[in-house]
Design a protein around this ligand. Structure first.
Ligand SMILES: [Zn+2]
Length: 605
């Protein structure tokens, strides 16, 4: 399974087998060490092997023929839900034709009702069970495959959640005497707690994650995956539903970048890697495996830890000059959206006015259309959704913070700080409820390869956006804010269709920015048309004058042929058929994000 990928051409292989078992929650507990450039600690995964899976797997079991070990390994692969960009190259490299890759034209179209849930999707991917003969007593153990790359896995163990004091209340069926069944039953109850008990659920996940281990599990790693099994656990429902992995990252791992900030101090951050977070933590990458997470991250006390969590974490001082930071999310998201940045950044505060004053001033500009929208009914899995929360719906400006190296303090105060409230407010006046409850903006190191990147609750901005007048900073900020809706709350299921969210965000940056500047309608239209002409010229120039591999806008050039590019289009067309500027209806289908939802920008326009 050592696949050589050409990052410019191939998509990532999706190794995780999500048909029978899905990660519902990750608990990360990590130490960041700048001397060794290693992040080390544990991750506890909580699984659900839902009822639908159990029924399905029993009737369609498939076992390995006595072939070579390698063949056996390949059979354990899931048919990919996400297509591989260059299928032919990819499969011939692997030299194994049983590896089922969904071609672009054969993907499921379950998105057409705009209301698909994880289980349905997952069971549509594959209904057959892939087993591997372990060679141990002729048994066929269920093999859990996680996406993982460049991690040193030190130990994998089952977690004895039954040992957590007070956990008994999570077992509806006290008759269970087999202790492994009891443990799995506890996790099943825990992962299916109703959304209004999210705090209790988070707390239980945290306590369970610290429960003692109750047996090491067998594991193996290769270039793209971590494979785990428990002797005698032949089906996903039998497999431990809470496992702890001890691991450390490698300095050369490509999920995070170790570098220096503009003040020359060390920092590390996820900068939208082509391999997503696989070199940061083992995960289920296919977007059907949407999950929540919580993380405790420790670093020397001089560092600030920022994450894509929904809480604005404050440090807890530990002994010996270390601090710990705790973040969490309650909205299930693909593992690729988890974002972290650790550095000696300073929170930027306004110098002469409070941002609230400006916000209040701006708030008067127009009665918001959003006020008339009713609080919607959502079709996604249950979680504490802001679209169903009346007070969230009227919040024009969400709490926000700005972090940057101290040497950029003046520049941030001059431009960025005063732009955030009007841009957030403008976004709310056009689209209504902010999908995320807060926003951190981080000015990232100079080697950041693009102008901005949006993740849940956090936006990375290049310092280039701070130069000149407020125009570049304002439009870029509007663009990244728009990605909270398009690209994060909803998105193409297939990340080769990223241009869809780019298209919406690029369009909306003009709409938001015109509102934020309080332009008259005629001025706004003039500005928008001018920018559209510039973009069109630039695209034409690029297509005419640059070789294909150099075309940074090439994804946008596909907008003219919406034809046969499959399911993602099916999801997105629901948005496309809306009347102009009525974005409210898409909210019913939010949170169906596909794949790499941390959106990277490279267009300077
Ligand atoms: Zn919702």
């Amino acid at each position: 399974m050592n696949i050589n990928l050409d990052p410019s051409r191939d998509d990532l292989p999706l190794m995780a087998n999500t048909s029978h078992i899905l990660v519902k929650h990750y608990v990360l507990d990590l130490d960041v060490n700048f001397e060794s450039q290693i992040i080390e600690g544990t991750i506890v995964l909580f699984f659900d092997s839902g009822n639908k899976f159990r029924k399905k797997s029993s009737s369609t079991e498939e076992t390995c023929r006595p072939e070579s070990n390698e063949a056996c390994k390949f059979r354990m692969l899931e048919p990919c839900h996400i297509s591989v960009t260059n299928t032919r190259t990819f499969s011939s490299k692997m030299g194994y034709n049983d590896f089922a890759i969904c071609g672009k034209g054969e993907k499921d179209t379950s998105g057409k009702d705009g209301n698909h849930d994880n289980w349905k999707l997952a069971s549509e991917i594959s209904s057959s069970k892939y087993c591997c003969d372990t060679g141990n007593h002729g048994s066929e153990d269920f093999l859990l495959v996680l996406d993982c790359c460049d991690l040193s896995v030190l130990k994998v163990e089952e977690v004895d959640v039954a040992a957590v004091p007070g956990i008994e209340k999570f077992t509806r069926s006290p008759k269970l005497t087999v202790v492994s069944e009891l443990r799995n039953q506890i996790v099943r109850e825990l992962v299916t707690l109703p959304a209004d008990r999210w705090r209790e659920q988070l707390d239980c996940y945290a306590r369970c994650s610290q429960a003692p281990g109750c047996g090491e599990l067998l594991f193996d790693t290769d270039t793209w995956s971590l494979q785990i099994r428990k002797t005698g656990a032949q089906t996903a429902p039998d497999f431990p539903h809470a496992i702890r992995i001890l691991y450390r990252t490698k300095p050369q791992g490509r999920s995070v970048t170790w570098t220096s900030d503009q003040s020359g101090r060390p920092c590390v951050y996820t900068m939208g890697s082509p391999i997503n977070n696989r070199a940061l933590f083992p995960c289920q990458e296919p977007p059907v495996a949407m999950s929540t997470w919580q993380a405790t991250v420790r670093a020397a006390a001089s560092f600030v830890v920022l994450m894509s969590g929904e809480n604005s974490a404050k440090p807890t001082q530990l002994q010996e000059g270390y601090s710990s930071w705790h973040y969490y999310v309650t909205m299930p998201m693909p593992a690729s959206t988890l974002t972290i940045a650790v550095g000696s950044w300073t929170e930027m505060k306004p110098e002469t006015y409070s941002s609230n004053d400006l916000a209040a001033e701006r708030r008067s500009f127009s009665p918001s259309e959003a006020d008339f929208r009713c609080v919607g009914v959502c079709g996604h899995v249950e979680y504490p959704c802001r679209f169903q929360n009346a007070s969230a719906a009227t919040q024009e400006i969400i709490p926000h913070r700005v972090f940057a190296p101290v040497c950029l303090k003046h520049t941030c105060q001059e431009t960025l700080l005063r732009l955030i409230p009007p841009c957030l407010s403008a976004a709310h006046s056009v689209l209504g409820t902010h999908p995320f409850s807060r926003l951190d903006v981080l000015i990232v190191p100079a080697n950041f390869p693009s102008l901005g990147m949006a993740s849940p609750h956090i936006v990375f901005l290049s310092q280039s956006t701070l130069t000149g007048r407020s125009h570049l900073c304002g439009t870029r900020l509007c663009h990244e804010i728009a990605h909270s809706w398009f690209g994060l709350a909803i998105g193409a299921r297939d990340w080769t269709e990223e241009w869809l969210s780019e298209g919406f965000a690029t369009h909306l940056e003009d709409v938001f920015w015109a509102k934020a500047q309080q332009l008259a309608p005629s001025e706004a239209q003039e500005q928008q048309e001018l920018r559209a002409v510039l973009r069109w010229r630039r695209l034409q120039d690029e297509v005419r004058n640059s070789p294909e591999e150099m075309q940074v806008l090439s994804c946008l050039s596909e907008t003219s042929s919406l034809g046969p590019r499959s399911t993602a289009v099916a999801v997105a067309t629901e948005a496309f058929i809306l009347p102009p500027f009525d974005y409210s209806q898409v909210f019913g289908i939010h949170n169906q994000t596909g794949g790499k939802a941390a959106i990277q920008e490279s267009s300077p326009l």
